[in-house]
Design a protein around this ligand. Structure first.
Ligand code: NAD
Length: 333
């Protein structure tokens, strides 16, 4: 456990996770491997660079030589790196499959060759597909309906195949929608908050009736850390326990927090494959001690406040959502 390789650690969830595990006394070194795509920002790691335990490597999970070299130097891997935005996957399915599926295979292959003691593959509830009622357990069939979810389902299966075939100690975590500071403003909560804070309108698909479970990013990271430390190889763990909201309800919270009215909302025709509802049971992870603790309204208010206080972090991305920030010299590289 003492030397952990974290892929995608400059992204939203990965950066929270890195800050969290750096606090562990039994963690000697954390290496972040991140390609710094449009979604990765070295600034997300912020104060983590004060830790002598952190190393940053600017590179791609598809680079087998680099991945092999890094894997040799580590005892555990937590794999966040992915193309993560559903809407983009409609126009770039190939890129999603390459990064998410082949990237995972490249990592799992290197983990096999270098005797990694734990490989946590981070995934999503979207692989279960829409559930009009009830909740998915880890044994539910996979029914992804969009290229993003299909690429994640494929990556889950690839990762688990390395456990069954080669004994690589893989665990898969599947969480619901995360929210919190440092999320890219293309995702619904920061997208709506940053638009409303600038006095702009927001658009809701259909009647705003789609239900999502909102989990604070720190709760997800706590769940992932429990799996890293105590998960059984070959097992999948749902990370749920957030708050269920229709998109209308979520929007009402955001309107209130941003001081905007209902006239700021425009309804547009629903898009294809817009799953009506996701829901997961998370009893299995509770067995490892998981207890999601963040109050939704409080967490959402803090999140909006973070965007209000940090326009320098998101304004350039809103102006040019494709802007890569990889030109920044990564400290510690
Ligand atoms: P993100 O888009 O904010 O971050 C992804 C990170 O991966 C970025 O730093 C990016 O630069 C890096 N990356 C992308 N391609 C890479 C490559 N080829 N090589 C190296 N690095 C690369 O994503 P996120 O929201 O933090 O999600 C992290 C993981 O959690 C993803 O695997 C995602 O599928 C999963 N997940 C996210 C959510 C959510 O609500 N955000 C929910 C469930 C699961």
């Amino acid at each position: 456990m003492d030397k952990v390789l974290v892929t995608g650690g400059a992204g939203f969830i990965g950066s929270h996770f890195v800050k969290r595990i750096l606090r562990g006394d039994d963690i000697a070194e954390v290496t972040v491997l991140d390609a710094l795509t449009y979604a990765g920002h070295i600034e997300n790691l912020g104060e983590a660079f004060l830790s002598p335990k952190l190393r940053f490597v600017h590179g791609n999970i598809l680079d087998a030589d680099l991945v092999g070299t890094l894997m040799r130097e580590h005892t555990a891997v937590v794999h966040f790196a992915a193309e993560s935005h559903v809407d983009r996957s409609f126009f770039a399915a190939g890129t999603f499959l390459k990064t998410n599926m082949l990237g995972t295979q490249t990592l799992a292959d290197a983990a096999m060759r270098h005797g990694i003691s734990k490989f946590v593959h981070v995934s999503t509830d979207e692989v279960y597909g829409p559930l009009p009622e009830g909740s998915a357990t880890e044994t539910n069939p996979l029914c992804p309906t969009v290229p993003y979810a299909a690429s994640k389902a494929a990556s889950d299966l690839v990762a688990l195949s390395y456990f069954h075939t080669y004994g690589v100690p893989v665990c898969v975590t599947r969480s619901s929608n995360n929210y919190g500071p440092y999320q890219h403003p293309e995702k619904i909560i920061p997208l709506f908050a940053t638009r409303l804070l600038r006095g702009q309108q927001v658009t809701l698909h259909g009647q705003g009736q789609h239900v999502r479970n909102w989990l604070h990013v720190e709760d997800n990271c706590a769940g992932i850390e429990l799996v890293l430390r105590g998960g059984t190889p070959g097992e999948i763990y749902n990370v749920g326990g957030g708050t269920d909201c229709t998109n209308n309800e979520l929007t009402d919270h955001l309107l209130r927090l941003c001081g905007a009215g209902r006239d700021s909302v425009v309804y547009v025709p629903d898009r294809r494959s817009n799953d009506i509802r996701y829901s997961m049971a998370w009893d299995k992870l509770a067995g490892l001690g998981y207890r999601p603790g963040q109050d939704f309204e409080e967490g959402l208010a803090e999140t909006v406040d973070w965007y209000r206080r940090n326009p320098d972090r998101w304004a350039p991305l809103v102006r040019n959502p494709h802007a890569a920030r990889a030109t920044l010299a990564p400290a510690g590289e």
